[in-house]
Design a protein around this ligand. Sequence first.
Ligand SMILES: Nc1ncnc2c1ncn2[C@@H]1O[C@H](COP(=O)(O)OP(=O)(O)OP(=O)(O)O)[C@@H](O)[C@H]1O
Ligand SMILES: [Mg+2]
Length: 587
Amino acid sequence: MKNLRLLDICNNEEKDLSKLMEIIAESVFDGILITDIKGSIIYTNSSCETILEIQKKEIKNKKVVTIIDDKSIKELLIKPKFTVERSIVFKDKDITVRIVPFYKNNKHIFNIIILRSIFYETDPQHELRKLEQSLDIMKDILDYEYQGMALVDAEGKIIKFNYEKLFGIKEEDVIGKPVEEVIDNTRLHVVIKTGKKEINDIQNIQGKDMIASRIPIIKDGKVLGAMGSVLFKDVRELKSLAQRIETYKKNVKKYKSEIKMMHAANYSFDQIITENKRMKHLKEMAKRAAESSSTVLIQGESGTGKEYFAHSIHRASLRSHGAFVRINCAAIPRELLEAELFGYEEGAFTGARKEGKLGKLEIANGGTVLFDEIGTMPLEMQAKLLRVLEEREFERIGGTQRISLDIRVIASTNEELEEAVVKGKFRQDLYYRLNVIRINIPPLRERLEDILSLSKHTMEDLANRLGIKAKIIEPETIEVFKKYDWPGNVRELRNVIESALNLVNEKTIYPRHLPDYIQQKTKEGIYNSGDNSLLLKEIVAKAELKAIKEALNNTKGNRTEAAKKLGIHRTALYKKIESYGLDITKL
Ligand SMILES: Nc1ncnc2c1ncn2[C@@H]1O[C@H](COP(=O)(O)OP(=O)(O)OP(=O)(O)O)[C@@H](O)[C@H]1O
Ligand SMILES: [Mg+2]
């Protein structure tokens, strides 16, 4: 039987198709905005109203940037070439904004803007945990063993009574009795007469201070009875309960943020694509590291997948139920870094939020922290961080309570930290603390065998995400990719593929579809210096290896003698022997 296609349902009519699209857009939780190329809104779905808290009619024909006044969105809307995504804060909500430009025959026609409130993204498991926690609070209050309630009729006789938990008096023993004979210092019989409620009065019952409220029950101006309730064993009890509720509230807040942060840890080891031996080895090493709580230092050029590794380690570890919190040391202004890390108490400093703020370390407690671009952390902050890592304890700014810390630390850097240490820009002691398990991710140009599988995988992934058909990448195109040096590594490769996927109309991507700078590189590679210099390097290396082998043979493997003969220092010879992988026992 022939498969039913979407267009069949629509009888090939554009009107039907647009109706169908509208139904789909109206059924999703994400906000969908369609703008013309100048950024004026031509369509919105209903979810936009919820997410942006604005009515549809107020949005239509307006420029997106007048509604979402965010600098990064403004920049993205200027001639977007391929799908881009940003997280922004809008009316105190975290919103992920995805901009999908639509091109037809190489002409930019419109943009689809998808808004996702983190609220809808929450992981159900965590939602459940949060709910359970709120329920716990409720139960705690309801079950509180120190609350009592009594109902009396117009004559002050007890008709309902639950003071049993409080004073051990059973309901059946007191029903029908005058209330003043049963409860110490009660005023319920007075309230029946005055008809006036008494709220939060202190009442001493069996030697304990209680907080009592008494409410007359009145109908048609006539007092029918009164209800009294007493709460808590004594006033101090009230205070301690209030404190407990406060702690619960903070916890709920903490879990909320945790859910948000958890979203960052979306990647796992099987998503790290590689055919390269060294990378496979690194993956194995990282998997082993995941089993422990050891600190991991990941070094690699930009876009090599440092964050992928960090996420995967967290996901594969026993801490995966905890939060994965990323701290971008380069992006947080130096004066805010401390507050971000440690959090602060209510009113800790001017400008601080009134209710205080949880620090990222506290949010990550029980989970993993990634210090991204650790090399850019200011020296004085490095000292503070080192102390925290050593003591495994910290205080919030303006706080007095020591909070114990149970986190795994992953640090990542794209510069050589060793060099930063030598230059005095990075503390040596902190460097040693972090450099426990070391993962050096090679740049893409040093693992050319990854280019084919990464290109294929990325193409599939992007097509899937965009809901369009993947294109074939010509083997010739892959060859061009292999000759380019990819300063932006895998991220750059992904961007190039995404751009081709969006802009190329044909089913196949040929080298001519690639940006000029990539094609140019290939021509240079074939006709100019590129290959020759490689060749020269090879010639030098071969000659050097031959000379070293000869010298070692002539001196019967005596490295000091051989170094003298070669006119180089002994340690330099050791290094060369190691780098050529020479086994001197087999010479
Ligand atoms: N081995 C891989 N397999 C699949 N995709 C990868 C791999 N490595 C990197 N990527 C892709 O490249 C992008 C960049 O990776 P990531 O963010 O981990 O880089 P990074 O090293 O943290 O870069 P930066 O230093 O700029 O922060 C990822 O979003 C992912 O799409
Ligand atoms: Mg990164």
